[in-house]
Design a protein around this ligand. Sequence first.
Ligand code: PXP
Length: 237
Amino acid sequence: MVKLGVNVDHVATVREARKTDEPDPVAAAIMVELAGADGIVCHLREDRRHIQDRDLRLLKEVVRSHLNLEMAATGAMVKIALDTKPDMVTLVPEKREEVTTEGGLDVQQNYERLAEAIPALQNAGILVSLFVDPALEQIKAGAKLQADYVEIHTGLYADATNAEEELAQLEKIQYIAGIAAKLGFGVSAGHGLTYQNVRPIAEIPEVEELNIGHTIVARAIMTGMEQAVREMLHLIR
Ligand code: PXP
């Protein structure tokens, strides 16, 4: 059965819009676990636009399932990971100006940096996953680095504007998932997945885990709206 890691970043995005203390991504993580998810994912960005260092420390304390920290492969972030010791680190590319992670890592371009970060993390008992586009050269370069997992970027599949393009992207992901598994990687996938497009990805046999954030937080806001309004009306009337 495919596992679900829930990314709680955008709970923090709503909090940071007011720089206040609600909603709390750590409380959300507890609810996510109570609902049966297999893991919690968060991305500590260098610009700290959503998850803060304190959130990560608290998540490490309260998460009972599996904590997957997405981060850039920089010296400063590796130090934070070594201090916090999440179960897994997913190395992602990061650009300050981007709205969200725009694509997978260029493994070859960042080879030296990754070759330093990966063993440092693994020696501390942290599993390392590489977030990569569904492209053969990335998987091959990743294999040389002996990462434990690859997370296949599903963003282009999610952004497809017609059925033909969507199928072409799905086939690429299916193919790369097969190759990655043969090379010995654990395989996960994520980015841009929604209630509408997730099923074909969940059906890929090699995909062990899906990491999903925005669409779940978006749905939680909508499904919780009615109760939240009723509670406020109860208070004021
Ligand atoms: N996987 C990775 C590596 C990501 O960077 C993100 C976004 O933070 C996700 C999964 C989740 O993407 P989404 O929020 O679009 O579900």
